[in-house]
Write a protein that binds this ligand. Structure first.
Ligand SMILES: Cc1cc2nc3c(=O)[nH]c(=O)nc-3n(C[C@H](O)[C@H](O)[C@H](O)COP(=O)(O)O)c2cc1C
Length: 183
């Protein structure tokens, strides 16, 4: 069992999720290669039995590198006969009333528009960091502050990390089980 985790991130939230997923996979004795698709060469998918693709969301969009990765690898992803899943880290996914719609829009609809199918997909909350130490620029912080008005318990001066690690672990463990079932 060997898994490729390919992720795209702008501010680091998705990267941390990918790294944590890699740790859970390794703890289950599964070999893992983890790549930031912006910074690394893209390996052939035929080397793997499992595939996890993840992206952060900004103004409704994945990172452009993840979009390019999926476009370029479309045939290989569709032919891939191991386990393959997709996730996003999205600010709006943390708003209970919007979660289901956001999950379908940023995962299923976006993948379907590119003609790609996966076995499972999920939208996790992201980080809405409006603190003084934030790596988000001033203008983008103003966008976040407006968007944050909809978010539960939003602190207009805080880090606002909406990632639910229990849910992320459950998603990863389900993926691990499906890998084992297929091996
Ligand atoms: C300028 C800006 C625009 C954003 N737009 C959206 C959006 O349209 N929908 C959404 O769900 N989240 C949005 N977010 C929240 C991000 O999805 C969240 O910060 C996520 O953690 C980003 O992932 P990354 O850190 O891996 O890049 C936005 C964040 C910023 C800074």
């Amino acid at each position: 069992m060997r898994v490729l985790i390919a992720y795209g991130t702008r501010y680091g939230a998705t990267e941390e999720v990918a790294e944590r997923m890699a740790e859970w996979l390794k703890a289950a004795n599964i070999e893992v290669d983890i790549i930031n698709v912006k910074a690394n060469q893209w390996p052939e998918l035929t080397e793997y039995t499992g595939l996890i693709i993840g992206s952060g969301i900004k103004i409704g969009q994945w990172t452009k590198e993840i979009k390019n990765f999926i476009k370029k690898k479309k045939d290989a992803i569709n032919k891939f006969d191991g386990s393959k899943v997709f996730f996003v880290c999205s600010g709006y996914a943390a708003i209970p009333e919007r979660y289901q719609e956001i999950k379908e829009e940023y995962c299923l609809k976006a993948l379907t528009d590119l003609g790609v199918t996966v076995d499972d997909y999920e939208a996790f909350g992201g980080i809405m960091n409006v603190s003084p130490s934030s790596n988000v620029g001033w203008l983008n912080k103003q966008i976040l502050k407006v968007a944050g008005k909809e978010s539960p318990n939003f602190d207009p001066k805080g880090i606002n990390d909406y990632r639910n690690w229990t849910k992320i672990e459950e998603f990863t463990q389900t993926f691990i089980q499906s890998l084992k079932d297929k091996s």
